[in-house]
Design a protein around this ligand. Structure first.
Ligand code: HEM
Length: 405
């Protein structure tokens, strides 16, 4: 990625990241840039520069372009978490480019099909209902993030993978350190190693005693392909936990609070459950919590809108900005229950589009179904302005959200 030169320093580039100032609207700079310069240079605090893309059309274009590379080890890649000197990471789909990416993606895709996820729905619903029962046993007010949004995705992921949830505190701490922008490269690397050590034990146990779970399923697929490797399976498991937890947690937390802003909205979902899938799509669009996740490095010169992005330049495709593009979503700042926004980009676009999106949808749908059915009178226990946002992670969300009923 390009660093500022003396002539550049004379020019002022907008600063990146642009954290949201409130949970219910994208950073104001996004709309301004989209109308003026939808592909524009921005500057990181440390002097690095990258292109920020804010229009729906250009975000899709860049994510669909085979000249957009994902290798985090490439010097031009616009990293936002501190990285230790790069080691090739064969299990990390997000960081692979075709053809390696295509091979691993095909191998994993069978574990996340819509059919498979729908078959798991009753099981996921039971887990979510159990967590709602736990929430309701707490003294009110209750922190919805701590008692519901944070545990639910990890409960489901552990169950799906076939690893014990009993270690949740350790797992949450270690995956949290992978996505935090404020840790040092050394702290992040130590957490990565500790998570690998922990997960490797489970991977090894599955070698002795395979079961009917995703870890054993992926191990079998790797064996069939003749590429079984304990370290690769350990890394795949870690990647699934890191990619699947914070994103889903933040969408549950923000999504529930977004619906609570209008009294009766959650309760009406119990009455009209057919509206839940459309509501989930709208929440995914509205918040697009994985906003700065879709980053790339140009592998060759490419024309994007009216600018030329040079080989080696970093590119940040803002999913949140794209999902609030007025030319595609009229009235993007209004959360419209029942409005189907399925062509949103909250799960990204192109070859790296979210592998776990069918699973995420089922979890989110079960969360809304369970809360609306079992918690009558759910409401915020604090003023909206007191809802603290997390701004130190690769996805954004609520640090806490106190509710009562
Ligand atoms: C609301 C929840 C979720 C959101 C908003 C979300 C969002 C995203 C986005 C935007 C990408 C694309 C990244 C890029 O362009 O580089 C992505 C990729 C990915 N996601 Fe998700 N995700 C969610 C849940 C999950 C879950 C539950 C899992 C699975 C356990 C998961 C696993 C993955 C994986 C493995 C990738 C990498 C795919 C690839 O590189 O081919 N995600 N996700």
């Amino acid at each position: 990625m390009t660093r500022a030169t003396a002539s550049d320093q004379a020019r002022e580039y907008p600063a990146f990241p642009m954290p949201p100032v409130c949970p219910f609207a994208p950073p104001p700079g996004y709309a301004e840039l989209r109308s003026r310069a939808p592909v524009t240079r921005v500057a990181f605090r440390d002097g690095r520069r990258a292109w920020l893309v804010t229009s729906y059309t250009h975000v899709r274009q860049v994510l669909a372009d085979p000249r957009s590379g994902s290798n985090r080890g490439d010097v031009g890649f616009p990293t936002i978490v501190p990285l230790a000197p790069h080691r090739p990471d064969k299990g990390n789909l997000v960081s692979l480019d075709p053809p390696e990416h295509t091979v691993l993606r095909r191998l994993l895709a069978g574990g996340f099909t819509l059919r498979r996820m729908n078959a798991l729905r009753p099981r996921i619903r039971r887990l979510v209902d159990g967590q709602v029962a736990h929430l309701m046993r707490q003294a009110r007010p209750v922190d919805l993030v701590d008692s519901f949004a944070r545990p639910v995705p990890l409960l489901v992921l552990c169950d799906l993978l076939g690893i014990p949830y009993a270690d949740h505190r350790l797992i949450l701490r270690l995956i949290g350190a992978q996505v935090r922008t404020t840790v040092t490269a050394g702290q992040r690397e130590a957490a990565r190693r500790a998570l690998d050590d922990h997960l490797r034990d489970h991977v090894t146990a599955k070698e002795q005693a395979p079961a009917d779970d995703l870890l054993s399923h992926i191990a079998e697929k790797l064996r069939q392909a003749g590429t079984y490797d304990r370290e690769v399976l350990t890394r795949i498991t870690a990647m699934l936990l890191v990619a699947g937890h914070g994103t889903t947690m933040n969408t549950i937390g923000l999504g529930t609070v977004g619906l609570l802003r209008e009294p009766g909205r959650i309760a009406s979902l119990a009455q009209y459950p057919a509206e839940i899938p459309g509501t989930v799509e709208e929440l995914l669009r509205y918040y697009s919590v994985a906003d700065p996740v879709s980053r790339r490095v140009a592998l060759a010169d490419m024309r994007l809108g009216n600018v030329t992005v040079r080989a080696g330049d970093g590119i940040i495709a803002s999913l949140l900005a794209a999902d609030h593009d007025r030319s595609v979503f009229p009235d993007p700042g209004t959360l419209r229950t029942g409005h189907n926004a399925r062509h949103h980009l909250a799960f990204g676009y192109g070859v790296h589009q979210c592998l776990g999106q069918n699973l995420a949808r089922v979890i989110l749908q079960c969360a809304l179904a369970s809360l609306s059915t079992h918690v009558s009178g759910l409401r915020l226990a604090v003023p909206e302005r007191d809802l603290p946002l997390t701004s130190d992670a690769t996805t954004y969300g609520l640090r806490e959200a106190w509710v009562t009923w």
